[in-house]
Write a protein that binds this ligand. Sequence first.
Ligand code: CAA
Length: 380
Amino acid sequence: MDFRLSEEQLMIQQAARDFAKTELLPGVIERDEKQEFPKEQVKKMGELGFLGMMTSPEYGGSGMDTISYVLVMKELSKIDASSSVIVSVNNSLVCWGLEKYGTEQQKKKYLTRLASGDIIGAFCLSEPEAGSDATSQKTTAIDKGDHYIVNGTKNWITNGNSADVYLVIAQTYPEKKHKGINALILEKGMPGFEIGPKEQKLGIRGSDTHSLIFNDVKVPKENLIGEDGFGFKFAMKTLSGGRIGIAAQALGIAWGAYELAKEYSKVRKAFGTEICNHQAIAFKLADMHTQIKAAEHLVLKAAWDKDIDEDYDISGSMAKLYASEVAMNTTIEAVQIHGGNGYVKEYHVERLMRDAKITQIYEGTSEIQKIVISRSLLSE
Ligand code: CAA
């Protein structure tokens, strides 16, 4: 067993670390406050190849492994989780799914532009009444011969307004339940495709989250992904990889908060000494660091499973479950170590705490991860 990263992985990690410090850190507080989408930063991440990391160069991507992808996600998330979720959705939920299951024509038409960062994509599964219970899709895609007519509403869609391409999950044959669900490619601007108001969020406020409304949207048959009725499996398979990306995001948030808390504890004085000299603080740092390292091993293991074509559904769920809990606990402790300063924006840890919460919710709540993990254990 070799835990060392390759030269190439170390280089991409360093590139992401430098980018996060020089390009994401300036303005991160203001973007959070104003709920401002990091448009310029996303453009630059596209130029660096961060938006199609695992996509093959043939389709405009960087052709890297999943380990490199999680290292980049971790570094970006230490500083700006709003920017990293854009990277995660585009890479894991949009580009990966299109490359794996799309037709040659779909790859040429959409994937090349998505992977190179010319445009970004969105993944549209959740609905007002189908969040965790994802098989209960109410959005319909009625088969009209050479096209589908799509009607319905999607909720909490990351990149909701800034995307140009949307992978939409919809029900075609309700009597077949999840086996009647399809995945379709929609484009912004298709007649009847309306973007709802922006959500006002607790965290990841720089990423734009919207509902989407479809009123008789005509979608050509060539935009169907995979076989007729493959849509639910497409969503599940895609989300399995997505969960590794969100686990890496949670890991990065935890590292970011820990590093800030450690540095602060070395300069802040109380009772005549730096607060890191008080065991109450030193033990917190020891716990935080140990938990983060454990989360990191789970995240890298899940990424490695994916890279060597092992099953990664369960390792990805375990990584997301644990890393998101570590992110929440670590950020709460980081605020505590900062005391009153932790509660104000300029010290960054309150934002990281708010950002951490979503990692326990999106791409499958912690409770859903426990369903996935326990079902697998009990079926052994
Ligand atoms: N890969 C392939 N197929 C899978 C699968 C996987 N990982 N997981 C389930 N399936 C298949 C099952 O094999 C089954 O197919 P068959 O009937 O042919 O055997 C089918 O899917 C239905 O599975 P279940 O019977 O297990 O369905 P269920 O309703 O009991 O549970 C669930 C399914 C795991 C709970 C699922 O609904 C789920 O993952 N829910 C959470 C949804 C979610 O993660 N939403 C996130 C929204 S996207 C987002 O947040 C993105 C963003 O913007 C950041």
